[in-house]
Ligand binder design. Sequence first.
Ligand code: AMP
Length: 216
Amino acid sequence: MRIILVGPPGAGKGTQAEKIVAKYNVAHISTGDILRANVKAGTELGKKAKSFMDAGALVPDDVIVGMMRGRLAEDDCKNGFILDGFPRTVPQAEALDSLLAEMGIKLDGVILLDVDDDTVVERLCGRRMCKKCGRIFHVSFKPSSKGDLCDECGGELYQRDDDKEEVIRQRLAVYHSQTAPLVDYYGKAGLLLRVPGAEAGDKVLGHIEAMLGSRA
Ligand code: AMP
């Protein structure tokens, strides 16, 4: 299975991707996670990406496409993959089309997690991440039983720099102007599956399974 998850920041792409991976045993490729790992490790790629990420802007297409070319060629993608956070612009989608054509493979579907802006702001402002294991919490919806520490590993919880309200508004503006045109792009290609992303976690997975099943 080869699918793309599209949606605004905070739509639950990461959460749904984990569930799909557990069920279908495909590679989970999150460009945001790859970029954050590179920033943390201080690589050249990380240095190039950091200022864009902190500002809530998109990292330039050529940087992202180069990174994805390498990632999609890795062994764990042979069984399929779920792309989480890529493509994020029409030029990235066009580059992905050429890459997949070169590899002789096709996409099964593009899932749009549809969530309105107010829900996004509420979700992201309260999001906290564990510095040590990356686990995600929410101050109101999913608090840690240990307060500011991770109840899984005891690591310190922090707020991502790009989860501050001002940056979230900027990320939403970027989503509407640069990423939302993908809905049309994949709609025209007959690949788009629209799922109401504001519903509770497992319900979304149910919609995704039903839609993928009906396309199989
Ligand atoms: P995410 O964790 O998916 O919200 O990504 C965090 C940040 O990484 C974004 O706000 C962008 O700065 C950058 N980023 C992630 N994926 C992409 C992409 N496909 N194209 C450009 N920038 C990206």
